[in-house]
Design a protein around this ligand. Structure first.
Ligand SMILES: CC(=O)SCCNC(=O)CCNC(=O)[C@H](O)C(C)(C)COP(=O)(O)OP(=O)(O)OC[C@H]1O[C@@H](n2cnc3c(N)ncnc32)[C@H](O)[C@@H]1OP(=O)(O)O
Ligand SMILES: CC(C)C(=O)C(=O)O
Length: 535
């Protein structure tokens, strides 16, 4: 049996694999806000990024290690390829944390060895212990992953794992990198590792998996039954391609069905102790925060955190729930932090009530940031009778997105209607204070706004998604706009809300352009690429 921490460790990779979701790039302040909320949620390990990937990623990991990696906080981890350069950068980035980890990886499947790494199995067996030992010379806590484990030959993988443990790895991660495994196969893989790797009891077995076939959570639960004690997952299941195993689904499955899982961890079935250290009542607000800051909307029918997850539509269900909620509910919504019992916020509310509610939602604001958010709150409260949590989230996420913005939207004016050519005038200010306005016509007001913004910014892009939805109910509801732009095959999301959907569209477009521009600035200039316009 593997070294057993006595419960299931939750390793959150929202800021690393989650950020690999097309269009989901986050700025430094956004990453920090998410890391702080993950710490409140009670995750055991935060994988904060891939420090070697870019100076921005390095800074983010270092800042999270400094601000969130306190003695009673989570382990702060960075990802590194099995190279000295990656590992050294990772060690430097996580250094400020009280508890730090280097996570290094090398593929073990023949497909990856032959076509991607162009290395033999013998070379892999030489590199892995060398790089794990190098990582151990820099940091005490080292995790090693056999990338594409789900398609690797088990006997070869056993040898690699044994070598990694002998070199000092204390966590061995088994990733189903392409989401290929089925639950029985994945459980069998973990059982095989426990049986055939002679020194496995010196390491925690971890799993990481993707949702290409929608099986990641099911695979992980099967892995827990066979000895996996660390689950690598993301909030809302975001991540590369179809995403990762979702944290909220795993945690709630282990919570709701603990009498089923308890015996696999050597406990009495009736043991009421939780199987993870997660504060489940923080789940919903963490989901909202990640959705707002990444611009990745949560599908309404998503388990646990979707808008419909606790809604009962049909008469027979409503009748049952009215008689006894247990007829159709397996989770009390309050367990994940949904509550109807809230102070209502409106135009007579003061700074303390707004700050307190924002804190409950996972946003800790002070000084100028609080003043700005409060001013926007009052502005909105003059237009809208009751300010809901979703309104507040929209206010703060707009503000956070603008903190490091290259372009700031100063004004939008449109004229449109029957027999009128839709026209928009837009004013932008750059980070260095230059200001310019442009007018443009379009097929509708939003098209005219986007045309004007493109004229001002002059960075080629293709609009691939535009969606508007109402944040709350009623005629005075905020409209939430999500925009996705594509350039050179990469996606950039922008997200904004306002009671005026044209203003929300303009702001969402500017947010997406800001992401695109930041990404261009962190890449070396392509010979045919023109420098960024300065307005
Ligand atoms: C399964 C996962 O999610 S892995 C994590 C994915 N995350 C990322 O890729 C982070 C973002 N990546 C980047 O910024 C860049 O790819 C960098 C900085 C890491 C590397 O950039 P470059 O040096 O330009 O290399 P490039 O991306 O073109 O190719 C990757 C190289 O790493 C090698 N490589 C891939 N995995 C590993 C590994 N685990 N250990 C060592 N080398 C590896 C590849 O074989 C390739 O080498 P080659 O150039 O000799 O053929
Ligand atoms: C680096 C590893 C853990 C990974 O992200 C994967 O295999 O999907």
């Amino acid at each position: 049996m593997a070294k057993d921490p006595g419960r299931v460790l939750i390793f959150d990779t929202t800021l690393r694999d989650g950020e690999q979701s097309p269009g989901a790039s986050l700025n430094l302040d956004e990453k920090l806000a998410i890391a702080q909320q993950l710490s409140r949620l009670g995750v055991d390990i935060i994988e904060a990024g891939f420090p070697f990937a870019s100076p921005g990623d390095f800074d983010a990991v270092q800042r999270i290690a400094t601000a969130v990696g306190s003695t009673d906080g989570p382990i702060i981890c960075g990802l590194a390829r099995a190279t000295k350069g990656d590992i050294k950068a990772c060690a430097e980035a996580v250094a400020p944390a009280a508890h730090k980890r280097i996570h290094t990886f090398l593929a073990t499947s023949d497909i990856h060895l032959e076509h991607k790494l162009r290395k033999s199995r013998a070379e892999v067996l030489q590199i892995v212990p060398e790089m794990v030992a190098y990582a151990r010379s820099l940091v005490e806590d080292v995790e090693f992953s056999c990338e594409d484990a789900g398609r690797s030959e088990p006997e070869f993988m056993y040898e690699v794992i044994e070598a990694a443990i002998n070199a000092g790895a204390s966590t061995i991660n088994i990733p189903d990198t392409v989401g290929y495994s089925t639950p029985a196969e994945f459980g069998g893989l973990i059982a095989g590792i426990n049986q055939h790797v002679p020194n496995i009891n010196q390491a925690v077995i971890s799993v990481h998996g993707h949702n290409d076939l929608g099986l990641a959570v099911a695979n992980f639960l099967e892995a827990v039954k066979h000895g996996a004690r660390q689950l690598e997952c993301t909030i809302n299941g975001i991540g590369e391609r179809a995403g990762n195993a979702s944290l909220e689904e795993l945690v709630m499955a282990l919570h709701v069905r603990r009498s089923y899982f308890n015996p696999f961890l050597g406990r009495e079935a009736a043991n009421p102790e939780p199987l993870t250290a997660i504060r489940t009542e923080e789940i919903y607000k963490t989901s909202r925060l990640v959705s707002n800051l990444t611009g990745m909307a949560v599908q309404p029918n998503k388990a646990i955190v979707g808008a419909n997850a606790f809604a009962h539509e049909s008469g027979i269900h409503q009748d049952g729930v009215l008689k006894n909620r247990l007829t159709y509910e397996i989770i009390d919504a309050r367990t994940i932090g949904l509550s109807d019992n809230r102070i209502s916020l409106g135009k007579l509310s003061g700074r303390s009530a707004v700050r307190a509610r924002l804190e409950e939602l996972g946003y800790t604001l002070s000084g100028d940031d609080l003043d700005d958010a409060f001013a926007r709150f009052k502005e909105l409260a003059d237009r809208k009778r009751e300010i809901t949590d979703r309104d507040l989230e929209a206010i703060v996420s707009d503000h956070t997105q603008q903190l490091q913005a290259h372009y700031q939207l100063l004004g939008v004016q449109v004229s449109c209607g029957t027999n009128l050519q839709p026209t928009a005038t837009v004013t932008l200010r750059t980070i260095d204070g230059k200001q310019r306005s442009v007018a443009s016509i379009g097929t509708g007001p939003v098209d005219a706004v986007c045309g004007a913004l493109n004229q001002l910014v002059q960075v080629p892009n293709e609009l691939v998604e535009f969606s508007v939805k109402s944040v709350t109910e009623g005629i005075d509801a905020m409209g939430e706009v999500t925009i996705r732009l594509r350039q050179n095959g990469r996606l950039y999301s922008g997200h904004a809300a306002d009671t005026d959907v044209v203003v929300a569209a303009a702001q969402a477009f500017v947010n997406a352009l800001n992401r695109l521009v930041s990404s261009l600035q962190s890449q070396p200039l392509h010979p045919q690429q023109t420098p960024l316009p300065v307005l």
